[in-house]
Design a binder for this molecule. Structure first.
Ligand SMILES: [Zn+2]
Length: 202
């Protein structure tokens, strides 16, 4: 009986309406799916919190689960900031960088692996802290990698061990051949990649 009613209904409806109904249904389902997927995507990337022009807000990046603090003003001497404030200052420049490779690195991992910690050394009895200036693409990309890279090296490289090392960060962090051809972030920062111990020779 039920089958007969259905058959009658379909039979009495023009083919056009059946097809358009089917297409409409499929379209509606696809729309719903993409909306829900979009919502999950937006939520997972924290895009709902004031993302402007594709730039993630500074608070997207976290250290030990806590969003990075916003600095009230630009520091005159960033190397004198605390590690957390210095990291915030650096990430703020990285996230708005015009270099795609830099954005890819820093946007790829928003739970930071470490803070920027600058090298300190003694010079004639005085403690001297290295300075960090993001003035070139290599400096941007190396600083981004320093914050998010799990190191593949167990020992510091020759450059990082040497007193003349010009890389600014306290740790020697190399991410394997895929990252800066094996150079550590300090060597990448100071354009010493070819001198680097772990440098993958071609
Ligand atoms: Zn190194």
């Amino acid at each position: 009986m039920h089958d007969q009613v259905c058959a009658d209904l379909i039979g009495s409806s023009p083919l056009f309406y059946s097809l358009s109904g089917l297409i409409g249904y499929l379209f509606f389902t696809a729309q719903r799916k993409s909306f829900s997927e979009l919502f999950v995507l937006f939520k997972s990337h924290n895009l709902l919190s004031a993302m402007v022009d594709g730039i993630f807000p500074l608070t997207s990046w976290k250290w030990e689960g806590i969003p990075l603090p916003k600095l009230e003003e630009q520091p005159d001497e960033p190397h004198l900031l605390s590690s957390i404030d210095l990291t915030s200052w650096v990430v703020n420049q990285l996230r708005t960088s015009r270099y795609n490779d830099v954005r890819d690195i820093i946007e790829g991992k928003k739970d930071l692996v470490r803070l920027i910690e600058l090298k300190e050394r003694r010079e004639r009895g005085d403690k001297v802290t290295a300075t960090i200036q993001l003035t070139r693409q290599q400096r941007f990309s190396s600083s981004a990698a320093y914050l998010v890279t799990e190191p593949t090296n167990k020992e510091p490289c020759q450059q990082c061990n040497s007193r003349s090392s010009s890389g600014p960060c306290a740790l020697c962090i190399a991410g394997g051949p895929e990252l800066f051809t094996g150079a550590c972030t300090n060597c990448q920062y100071s354009s010493n990649a070819s001198k680097y111990t772990f440098y993958a020779k071609k």
